[in-house]
Ligand binder design. Sequence first.
Ligand SMILES: Nc1ncnc2c1ncn2[C@@H]1O[C@H](COP(=O)(O)OP(=O)(O)OP(=O)(O)O)[C@@H](O)[C@H]1O
Ligand SMILES: [Mg+2]
Length: 458
Amino acid sequence: MENRIQNKIMSILLDHMAEGVHVIDQKGYTLAYNRAMERIEGLISDEVVGKHISEIFPRLDHTRSTLLQAIEHNQVIENYHQEYTNLRGERITTVNNTYPIMVNGVNYGAVEFSRNTTDERDYTDQVHKLMEGEINQTKPNYYTFDMIIGSSKLMQQALRIARRCAETDATVLIVGQTGTGKEMFAQSIHNASRRKHQRFIGINCAALPDSILESLLFGTVKGAFTGSVDRIGLFEQADRGSLFLDEINSLSANLQAKLLRVLQEGFVRRVGGTKDQPINVRMIAATNQSPSEQVEQGTLRRDLYYRLNVMRLDLPPLVQRPDDIMELAELFIEKYSRKADRVITGMSQDFRDALKQHEFRGNVRELEHLIEAAIHLKENDGQLELSDLPDHFYRNMDDQLLGLYRDDQPLTEYLAEIERNLIQSAYFKERGNVSNAAKRLGLPRQNLQYKLKKYDII
Ligand SMILES: Nc1ncnc2c1ncn2[C@@H]1O[C@H](COP(=O)(O)OP(=O)(O)OP(=O)(O)O)[C@@H](O)[C@H]1O
Ligand SMILES: [Mg+2]
């Protein structure tokens, strides 16, 4: 091929590469310098090509130039991390790979490829800062056992087990649907344990990508990866305290294995580090799905599951403890009426019934928000009434009607149940107004009145 054409191909290739390329001859004079390299170093190729490397970078320490090193020692230098200020004054980090050009044992120069990783570094840095901010904001001594409400048998049993957990140093696995109080229990266990004067650090494993989580948990050493610095991990930060890992099943298999090793050996090693650091941390893990199912599905490692399951705390969903609903509702009325500076004297019977019949998929959190919303929606002081409930409450009720079907049921009974629920739903939606509910259902008022009585709704 003609030299001219060859050169053209070379220049197109070079200028359209994402990585920076810098080629020098055996004496150190630049032969090629592409656009990506211009952007990284803040130079233009005309200023560089044909010049000696020491002329381009007058302050460049000879021994630190990877290009010159590659020529002098005939050495391949791979994965070399650099952080410097370029000629435009920008702080840049790169990963470089440098290769000597050898032909028949004779050196003709060197090629350097440079990948700009500044943005990745900034991203990692920002996430670390964000996370540190968030972690520092958690109120370590916030929840205690006496703030956990519920006289139901199931709740009392959970509290008994949790108090036992607090007396030990064993790893605890908390299992409970969303809003059942996992965070509350985790903090309470810490605050009742002998570690209570040390830190409680909580982190949600589902919130962050794996690589960031790994460096956050275990810490990093400078140079371990692009832009990494010496940074203490959460395990070390929680020394002598407790570390709460929420949504543990979101961790990758790889990180789960690393976590298991830490638990078994009692040491952490920072990412890129060589030293094992002994740690003294009580671990509390949580998940909102059945861990044995997660093991079956392969999202939770079996070995980690057995290691975590030593002390197991199951938090029952609210539907399984209807007695707690009223008690919690009263607590939240007290809390939010004080906050909103309102005088709320309790709940009407209708209101109570509606709460008892509701299937709280969001558990205590949903109940709490419902009461808060009702207090805000209420126009005057007094009892909470059905009409104070927000609209979305009724919409959820309709969804629940669909879930009622049981195929072992006689049809008449099933239809009666559906009818009862639809009538009750319409009655609630019309806030107890029989005429409007009858219109909504397309029934004569008289007829509806009869059915409301028959089904024990009024
Ligand atoms: N037994 C309880 N007594 C009083 N308040 C409770 C109880 N259980 C939960 N809460 C309240 O409900 C809300 C949710 O609790 P928490 O954050 O501990 O739940 P969670 O299980 O961690 O939920 P998620 O899985 O969604 O993170 C909190 O505001 C908490 O104060
Ligand atoms: Mg939680």
